[in-house]
Structures are given as structure tokens and as C-alpha cells.
Ligand binder design. Sequence first.
Ligand code: FE2
Ligand code: FE2
Length: 288
Amino acid sequence: MTKWSSDGSRSSIRFGAVGLKGETELASEPLPTATISFSLGEEVDTLRWLQREVQTTGAVPLTEAEAVVRSLAVAMHGGRQVMLPLLQLKEFDQYTTTHSMNVAVLSMALAEFLGLSGTDVRTFGIAGLLHDIGKIKIPLEVLTKPGRLTDEERALMNQHPVAGARMLLDVEEDLDLAVLVAYEHHIMINGGGYPVLRYARDCHPASKLVHVCDVYDALRTRRPYREAWSFEKTLGYLQERSGLEFDPELCGAFVRMMKQWEGQVAVLPDERTPVGPPPAAKPEQTGV
Ligand SMILES: [Fe+2]
Ligand SMILES: [Fe+2]
């Protein structure tokens, strides 16, 4: 990890406005930093198609996944300001699609912030994009349940890392990193989380990196069972859990990166009425 530079000055990644075609509109008040909106509608459609394809055929169309990641990388470097589509979406596939794209963008941003090569950055992007692919195996009523999950439902939900890794292992192309990240992205550095490893071992840096981005994006998004957390509250939570759940070096770099871009990261409005008060900040309720 120490070979990774944490100097973010070389990065040109910007966050501004991403409009998702047919799903939402940008805020009626112009966002101070969103000068040009960048539509990723085609990429959203492609990712939805990809998820359906995995569900029906069991095969992962890697070429299309790579194309989405390339578009996201271009959007990050296009000199335009890109806003993460941190939307509250009503349907599972919409939430998962948006979440997967956000995690891909955040993972690429952090990998670049740490000084990784362009090839590595895109490999991390693919891993971020596919990290929750195992969720397509979880029954929709569990995934979209508005209330707290029962122990049984939680156990089912916790199978998604293993299911995702299995699916990706079946792909002929080399998806080693994506397989690892799908498997490890809910494992905490103190050994908590899931799946439970028979023998304690260190997870791959890419898994730890995606883990931070995953939790950040999940907490910043309103879910049926809790409100979206504020920027400050989310970063506070990450710092609080640094060294327990998150790798301190990666967590510190992520917080520095986000603070550097504070004010440039805007959140699209959510028109839905909240269904209930946000619960206490327990890790099992973060909904990642
Ligand atoms: Fe996950
Ligand atoms: Fe996730």
C-alpha cells in the first residue's frame, strides 16, 4: 500500500452533474458547480441490460462492462463536472444500477488519487461496477423490503458476495480482481463482516478500496429504511470505523479526496417521501 502515492494534486477527476435519462431531472436551482450536465443514459441502459443478461444467461458480458467503465472514466476526465447520481430510486434494479455506477466512479477516482496506472484504474472500475452482481440471485422481496430484515433474510442477503464471485468465476475472460472484490467487499479489516473466513487473512487492497466507496455511496443514498446521510456524517462514520472496518490508509485517502472535492460533489434531489426515521448508525443497518 505504501507504494501508492496519496498526493491527489495530479488528479483531474471532477464531480459535477450526471443526469440519468428518463429517471430524474437535475435540481431546478442550478448547482453552483454543475456547469455542464453529462448524460450517462446509454451507460445506464447498458448496465441494466447487462444485469438482465447475467440473470437470464448466467454469463457476464465483459465487453459491455468495459465499455461502461470506459465511458465513466471519460466522464471523469472530460473536464466537465460530474455529479455522482446519488439518487433515491424506487426500484431495486434502479438502485443497484446507480449504486454500481457510483461505486465504479468512486473506486476509479480513489485508485487514481492513489497514483495507480490507467489500466489499474479501469480494472478497479470493472471490479466496482460488478461488486454487487451477486444480488441478482437474492429474491426481490428481500432486496426491496422496506423494513428491517429478519435473521433469515439477512443470512440470504449476506450470500451475495459468494454468489457474485461464483458468477464472475464462470466468465472465461480474466476477471480475477472482480472475483476477489465481489467476494471480499463486505469483509472488515478486524475480521468482521461477511462471508466469514475460515482462516483470518488480509483482503486484497482493491477489496478494501471498494469497501470504503461502497459504504460511502450506500450511506449517502436514501433507502426505504433510512434517510440519506449528510456528507459530514458519512465521512465522520468512515473515520470512526477506520482501523476497525476500513483500512486506515485507504479510508484516510478517501476522506482527503472527498474533502478536496467538497462543494463539487452535489446530490440530485429526491422527491420521494421518507418512509420512516433513520435508525441508529449500526453497521448492519447501513444497507450496503
Ligand atoms: Fe455488496
Ligand atoms: Fe454495494
